[in-house]
Design a protein around this ligand. Structure first.
Ligand SMILES: [Zn+2]
Length: 485
């Protein structure tokens, strides 16, 4: 039974999917105007752990992730420049080229971190029609009003506004500087922005005297582009229905982006948007959260340039629970990289299998004797229950270390666990050592059996056959080592 912390209810809750053994998962994706920094990537690693855990526990997962390629302004509160257009100016390319380039860069980054790609990637610009339709529904239900620069959601008409952030309306952005424009309340947010501010006559809405934007579309309200939040409401429901099971994102999305997604989706249908909202904590450098502006903008490429394996960064992240803040430092990453290497070495030295398959060696040197199958099973049960308790990865790693040290776990079981950890254990070990060919492994297993029943004649014959295949056999007091000559 999986229990997970639901931001909506502020407690750990048993996960009850809408459909038995299935989980619909929506995770807010990147705004593709620049590289993802390693703070952003912490969120995607946490979501990957959640998804891998669901798969490990037997759920069929449908995972949808958006790509924000329009509408996200430099301020989350609908003011400032569109990040895409800003990126285009910075690099002297079109906004479309910028989107394509950084989408590919993102896909590359998550592959380096061994993050499973979503089943569906959806670009905001591919679903403008769905977003316009959703705004039309909100307009019909009188949740909208029009200002000189766009169509806005009227939060005063939605009494539950801000329920997940657990703040009263007036407190929601307390202390934040909000450029009100013609908005009625600081919490109101843009559903559609005009390319050019409203001209005097209603028929002139959105008409532009000169080109001001590269990305814009016709709409019933005027030429313009969708607000940032509406894309997630439109696309999540299109692919997963409403309500769906799990909506994820970084903790910074709670007060604005996710609060606004909930408001517009629930105002449209009266149904919840998602039943579980799960959020990952910040990565900090010093006392600051990592941001794209400033000195602490670190990417996967920065880590690689400094000699770090992206999977060592993943290992670094797994050592802290997803709901705890994590401080990044080069020293801490170096310690994690050493720990990761140590883990790979330790796994390479574990017995390949448990007792029942004793002797069928997969790699060299081969050790005699297998791991107690019951012990292996007990550790697997423990691993599962640790995962089921709000994805307690630090404890799962501690269990793995303990089992390796006490030699009570097989590689086979470790590779099963790695379906959740995603540390590439099997691949790393394969590349460290070349496995024995099947023919040699079978002969070796037969020889081990012969030696166990003290049939030394058969044992010697089998040794000769192995040697004829180009391998050397060496018996020590603890094990038999087979190496290529
Ligand atoms: Zn979103």
């Amino acid at each position: 039974m999986l229990t997970i912390y639901n931001t909506l209810t502020r407690q750990k809750q048993e996960f009850k999917p809408l459909k038995k053994n299935k989980a619909g998962l929506y995770t807010c994706g990147p705004t593709v105007y620049n590289y993802a920094h390693i703070g952003n990537l912490r969120t995607y690693v946490f979501e990957d752990i959640l998804k891998r855990s669901l798969l490990f526990l037997g759920y069929k997962v449908k995972h949808v992730m958006n790509i924000t390629d329009v509408g996200h302004l430099t301020s989350d509160a609908d003011t400032g420049e569109d990040k895409m257009e800003k990126g285009a100016k910075r690099e002297g390319k079109t906004a479309w080229d910028i989107a394509r380039f950084y989408t590919e860069a993102f896909e590359h980054d998550i592959a380096e971190l061994n993050i499973l790609p979503p089943d569906i990637y959806c670009r905001a610009t591919d679903y403008i029609k769905e977003q316009i339709n959703l705004i039309k529904k909100l307009e019909k239900k009188s949740f909208t009003y029009i200002t000189s620069d766009g169509v806005y959601f009227d939060t005063a008409k939605f009494p539950d506004y801000g329920k997940m952030a657990n703040l009263k309306n007036q407190e929601l952005k307390a202390g934040a500087r909000v450029d009100m424009g013609d908005k009625k309340s600081p919490n109101d947010f843009a559903l559609w922005k005009f390319s050019h501010p409203l001209l005097a006559s209603p028929s002139g809405r959105g008409r532009k005297p000169e080109p001001t934007r590269q990305m814009e579309w016709e709409s019933p309200w005027g030429v313009g582009f969708p607000g940032w939040h509406i894309e997630c409401s439109a696309m999540s429901v299109k692919f997963l229905g409403q309500p769906f099971d799990i909506h994820c994102g970084g903790i910074d999305h709670i007060p604005v982006h996710h609060t606004n997604e909930i408001a517009q989706s629930e105002a449209t249908t009266g149904k919840p948007l998602a039943n579980y909202w799960i959020h990952g904590e910040y990565l900090l450098t010093g006392n600051d959260k990592m941001a794209k502006s400033g000195d602490n903008f670190l990417t996967i490429s920065t880590l690689k340039e400094k000699g770090f394996d992206p999977l060592a960064y993943r290992f670094f992240l797994l050592q802290t629970h997803y709901r705890k803040q994590l401080n990044f430092s080069w020293e801490a990453l170096e310690a994690a990289q050493n720990g990761y290497k140590h883990l790979l070495d330790a796994v390479a030295n574990c017995h390949p299998n448990h007792g029942s398959l004793q002797g069928v060696a997969q790699r060299s040197p081969v050790k005699m004797g297998g791991i107690d199958k019951n012990n292996d099973a007990k550790i697997s049960q423990k691993f599962t229950s640790i995962l089921e308790d709000d994805l307690n990865l630090p404890e799962a790693l501690a269990l793995v270390w303990d089992a390796i040290k006490t030699k009570t776990i097989s590689q086979k079981t470790l590779f099963e666990f790695d379906k959740v950890l995603g540390l590439g254990l099997a691949e790393a070990i394969k590349s460290q050592s070349s496995p024995l060919p099947d023919a040699v492994a079978v002969l070796l297993a037969q020889r081990n059996e012969a030696r166990a029943r003290r049939d030394f004649k058969a044992s010697d014959e089998l040794r000769a056959q192995i040697e004829a295949l180009g391998f050397e056999v060496k018996d020590t007091t603890q094990n038999t080592q087979v190496t290529k000559r």
